[in-house]
Design a protein around this ligand. Structure first.
Ligand SMILES: [Mg+2]
Length: 167
């Protein structure tokens, strides 16, 4: 499978269940922030996301944020949710994901990466050998670089849907 292809595509982070993770041998979750847990740049988190985080913790999954955003954006967010974090994670480079493996004392294949972008979250997670889950972004960013990226992502998503239709 291509490094650009997510292992799984879901609508939102709260669609992830303990059963789905256990079935795939997952014990830890690496979470993106912007457009995965909340709106881009926002400190607000929906109640259903808070409930989901509490549920995952209760079920014994290890959680950490790995964000490409800056320390001053990520730290207060992570602290409010009582989550560990890596800021300036440089995704798709695997630095932040390697830190997550060490933090959890888990192998890469026992960790799921959840994010809304193929060229950072999914590519980095796949390169590291993690279980990658793409979610639909909360809102589409404006600006031509994002628009270009999103239209390129569609090519990889077509591949994903083709693969999954065959099975
Ligand atoms: Mg994101």
């Amino acid at each position: 499978m291509s490094v650009f292809t997510p292992k799984l595509c879901l609508d939102k982070v709260t669609d992830i269940t303990p059963e789905l993770l256990r079935r795939n041998g997952i014990k830890g979750i690496v979470l993106d922030v912007d457009n995965t847990l909340t709106l881009h740049g926002s400190q607000e988190v929906k109640q259903e996301v808070l409930d989901w985080l509490a549920w995952m913790k209760e079920e014994g999954f290890l959680l950490t944020i790995v964000s490409n955003n800056y320390e001053k954006r990520v730290r207060p967010f992570a602290q409010r949710l009582d989550l560990e974090y890596v800021s300036f994670g440089c995704k798709p480079m695997t630095k932040g994901f390697t830190q997550a493996c060490k933090k959890f004392s888990l192998q890469a294949k026992e960790i799921a990466v959840v994010g809304d972008q193929i060229y950072t979250d999914i590519l980095g997670g796949n390169l590291k050998g993690m279980f990658t889950i793409l979610v639909v972004p909360f809102e589409l960013e404006t600006g031509w670089t994002f628009r270009l990226k999103r239209s390129l992502e569609k090519i990889h998503l077509r591949k994903y849907h083709r693969l999954h239709k065959e099975h």
